[in-house]
Design a protein around this ligand. Structure first.
Ligand code: 13P
Ligand code: SF4
Length: 316
């Protein structure tokens, strides 16, 4: 069937979804046309919750591979498809199961808290999972005397240690290459250009440390997950916001707040993995049923408890 015009393609995707009892779950960093088409758009925590709550039998995850694996672990009876299985994540790649096993053996009494941006094998070796939306709450729920191994994101782990006040958190030295590359000087330059703007920073950002000095200079600054930014910008009386995260989020922010202004801290902050998903690939995966994501049973069963703890933890 010809799929040349985007509107024709979108109509065909909608028709396939209806006949297949399928839904599309999209992450906040997805390209605008995919966000507009999706049944749900949200952060990693919302996507996991929607996957579990959905009555649909087929879930198309418009996001990266670990998000589809998360849905497959939480919903083993549903068919989870990813339009491009090569859509990985540099942060998830920054720790291997062998490295985590060795780290755990050095700290046998520690509690392992893994960010959701990890492979299923890493989740299976963990006690808790979290997202950027509830990482602080998860850390605070662990008895104060227990040491925590937090992985794999160094900047998020440092934020959790700061916000929870815990001194017994060891943090893995991993990073997301997109967020780590948001240049503190670029952020400072945007703050100088828009002195009345509120500054919203994702905790994976390398510029988070520099931003700690902004409130003392009278700049309203918050460290938030992507859905945290959505909620905050809707409620805030401010008119202009500087956004330090992947630029796909700006689409949703602008759509939900047409009268407000959103400035990227750095326009080049674009995740190549998120942008591997396209309308054409969504159409093709619905047509063919290809790229089903499954997790081997022993790994799935071990990863379920830490992931369910993440789903149950309220945003911090
Ligand atoms: P959220 O936790 O806000 O979804 O963003 C994390 C991220 O980088 C997803 O890849
Ligand atoms: Fe992974 Fe970073 Fe892309 Fe998020 S933005 S999917 S953490 S590489």
């Amino acid at each position: 069937m010809p799929t040349s015009t985007p509107s024709g393609l979108i109509e065909q995707i909608q028709a396939l979804k209806r006949t297949q009892n399928a839904v599309i779950l999209a992450h906040n960093y997805q390209p605008g046309p995919i966000q507009d088409l999706a049944d749900y758009v949200g952060d990693s925590l919302a996507m996991a919750r929607w996957a579990q709550a959905s009555a649909a039998q087929r879930l198309v995850v418009a996001g990266v591979y670990f998000m589809a694996e998360t849905a497959a672990i939480l919903c083993p009876d549903k068919e989870v498809l990813i339009p491009d299985p090569e859509a990985g994540c540099s942060l998830a790649e920054s720790i291997t199961p062998a490295q985590l096993t060795a780290w755990k053996s050095q700290h046998p009494d520690a509690v392992v808290v893994s960010y959701v941006n990890t492979s299923a094998e890493i989740k299976a070796l963990s006690d808790y999972c979290c997202t950027s939306a509830n990482a602080v709450a998860v850390a605070q729920s662990i008895p104060a005397e227990r040491e925590i191994l937090f992985l794999p994101d160094f900047f998020l782990g440092s934020h959790v240690a700061r916000m929870s006040g815990r001194t017994n958190i060891r943090v893995w030295l991993g990073e997301c290459h997109v967020h780590a590359a948001i240049d503190p000087d670029a952020l400072t330059a945007q703050v100088a250009r828009y002195p009345d703007a509120e500054v919203l920073i994702h905790p994976e950002c390398g510029c988070t440390t520099r931003s700690l000095a902004l409130p003392a200079a009278g700049i309203a600054t918050r460290v938030l997950s992507t859905d945290g930014m959505i909620a905050h910008t809707r409620a805030s009386s401010a008119n202009t916001f500087i956004i330090a995260t992947e630029i796909g989020l700006l689409h949703r922010l602008r759509r939900q707040n047409p009268d407000k202004h959103f400035i990227a801290a750095q326009q080049e902050a674009r995740c190549p993995f998120m942008n591997m998903i396209s309308l054409e690939k969504i159409h093709e995966t619905l047509l063919s049923g290809r790229h089903r994501v499954t997790v081997p049973r022993p790994i799935r069963e071990r990863a379920l408890l830490p992931l369910q703890r993440m789903v149950n933890a309220a945003p911090s």
